[in-house]
Design a protein around this ligand. Sequence first.
Ligand code: NDP
Length: 453
Amino acid sequence: MAEFDYDLFVIGAGSGGVRAARTAAATGARVAIAEDRYLGGTCVNVGCVPKKLYSYAAHFHEAFEDSAGFGWQLAEAPRFDWATLRDNKIAEIKRLNGIYGRLLDNADVRLINGRARVVDAHTVEVDGESISAEKILVAVGGWPWVPDFPGREHVLDSNRVFDLDEFPKRFLVLGGGYIAVEFASIFNGLGSDAHLVYRGELFLRGFDHEVREFTRDEMAKKGVNLHFETTIEGIEKRDDGLAVTLTNGETLVVDTVLAATGRRPNLRGLGLDQLDIALNPDGTIKVNDRYETSVPSILALGDVTGGPELTPVALAEAMHMVQHHFTANPPGPLDYRNIATAVFCHPNIGTVGLSEEAARAEYEAVSIYTADFRPMKHTLSGSDERCLMKLVVDEASDRVLGAHMVGEEAGEVIQGIAIAVRAGLTKSDFDATVGIHPTGAEEFVTMRTPTRR
Ligand code: NDP
């Protein structure tokens, strides 16, 4: 008889947990997974998926306006119905939850609906049931964090913003990261008077500076009200809405305030403190290349470990972890360099590799190639939206160190370019690639003269 009830017990059925459970089960491991909320975790339920659906909805606004120059006449002014979008989104997420359940079922993974607590290095407890496992995987993700200020109770976090009863005609988001710029763009596109309040000089810290400036200008052109170098001092609920006082003295009256001020590991009640599991300084779980914590039979991956908080990273980590612990061919460490990412603000940002600033800090000499242009579509649409494309090149090796884009479908374009950057291809390889005409993306293979060195 086996020593443990399971070979792997996964806590958290989000992107990383479900992928780990299914992949481990496919190797023949006996796997159970506990989830106390919703299948699919943040990404499926209150993150990537509903956000992208809302971003699509918001883009129609411009599409209607752009269509006139191409001869389309709308019989009446388009009207947006929030309840239709929200409820269709809810139905789609329900469908995806079902798919996740079936995937686990088909993989012979036992799903337990409940919050698991780690009791010791090989035991968890869920709803009074004690279960032993050779390995326990903590994949509980993160939880939105909201700073403290008077009136904080009036603020929504990103878990709650999707299902608002009423559409906010006046919307304010606090923060300058992914979620802040995406939701400012979404509600602006859907028709809100949208405000973004960020404490720093310019949002999207860590992204290429030129990309940040370009995005700021494009978002402002689209009507997002940007308030930099200020933050929320307090919020008062009044008859006419939420009066948000900023530290710069300004007061904005809005219907909804979203705090997009980062996420923290969701470790409460998990019992890890009893086991003295080592944490990183930011409170995330410390793991080695094999995703082992300081208690080697307890593993962790995804957002809870403090790496890039991105679904594809959690998926890659899950598959890596399974190769390490459940196959005879353990791989080398996962390569975290050159992970491409997109920010679904409007226009979208797509980026891979080093920013110009990071490249200058690391390499002796870099050449910068940029194209800043009005996309062909807007010659007839009349829109003043522009597109930015940028390559960062190491002069010594000619290698493309970074590629950045702000413009329509930037994520789709950069996903392809990411393969070339990861493969270490040179600017000469880009130049030798014949473009696809007429596209915007062809600029990536036709930029010949450096903008600066
Ligand atoms: P981020 O960490 O990206 O940004 C947090 C923002 O809040 C920063 O601008 C930060 O400012 C600001 N902030 C932090 N503390 C305070 C405070 N006390 N007062 C005022 N402002 C504060 O977090 P998000 O919540 O936007 O998103 C969480 C993560 O989810 C992202 O980092 C990303 O990895 C992931 N995500 C990915 C998406 C994608 O792939 N498209 C979409 C959405 C989320 P400062 O910069 O000055 O520190």
